[in-house]
Design a protein. Structure first.
Length: 132
C-alpha cells in the first residue's frame, strides 16, 4: 500500500518517488515516459548490457535508440514496455517474456497495417471500376 508518492515532471518524463511501503500491485500506476534518442544506435543499460532500449524503473522512463530501422525501434519500445508491465505488476524482469511480447505486438501491428492497406487498395479498385 502506498503511504506517500511524489510525482515530478521533468524534460525526461515523469519521475515517481514513493516511500518504501509502496506496493506496485496496488492498482495505481503512471505510464512511463518514452524518449527516443535519435543520435544513438545502441543504449547501454546500468548493468552494462548493450541493446536498442532500456527501461529505468526508478525514473519510470523508457529510452529507445533512434538511429536504427523503424522495425528495430518499435520492437525495442515494445520490449521495454513489457518490462514496465512486469515492473508495475511486481513480476521479476524476464527477457524471454519481453521478447515474446515485443514480437507479438509488432506482428499484430503489422497485421493491422497490412489489412488497412488491403482495404484501402480495394476501395481504390472500387472507385476505378465504379463499385461502392
Amino acid at each position: 500500500m502506498t503511504d506517500y508518492c511524489e510525482i515530478e515532471y521533468t524534460e525526461k518524463g515523469v519521475i515517481t518517488k514513493c516511500d518504501e511501503t509502496h506496493d506496485k500491485r496496488a492498482g495505481t500506476f503512471i505510464l512511463p515516459g518514452i524518449t527516443v534518442l535519435e543520435e544513438f544506435d545502441t543504449i547501454e543499460s546500468e548493468d552494462g548490457r548493450i541493446g536498442f532500449g532500456v527501461y529505468v524503473p526508478e525514473e519510470s522512463q523508457i529510452y529507445v535508440a533512434g538511429n536504427v530501422p523503424q522495425e528495430i525501434k518499435l520492437k525495442a519500445l515494445f520490449h521495454e514496455l513489457a518490462h514496465w508491465v512486469q515492473d508495475i505488476s511486481g513480476i521479476d524482469f524476464d527477457e524471454d517474456t519481453a521478447n515474446e511480447f515485443a514480437e507479438r505486438l509488432y506482428n499484430a501491428m503489422a497485421s493491422v497495417e497490412t489489412h488497412d492497406k488491403r482495404t484501402e487498395n480495394a476501395r481504390g479498385c472500387d472507385k476505378q471500376t465504379g463499385g461502392d
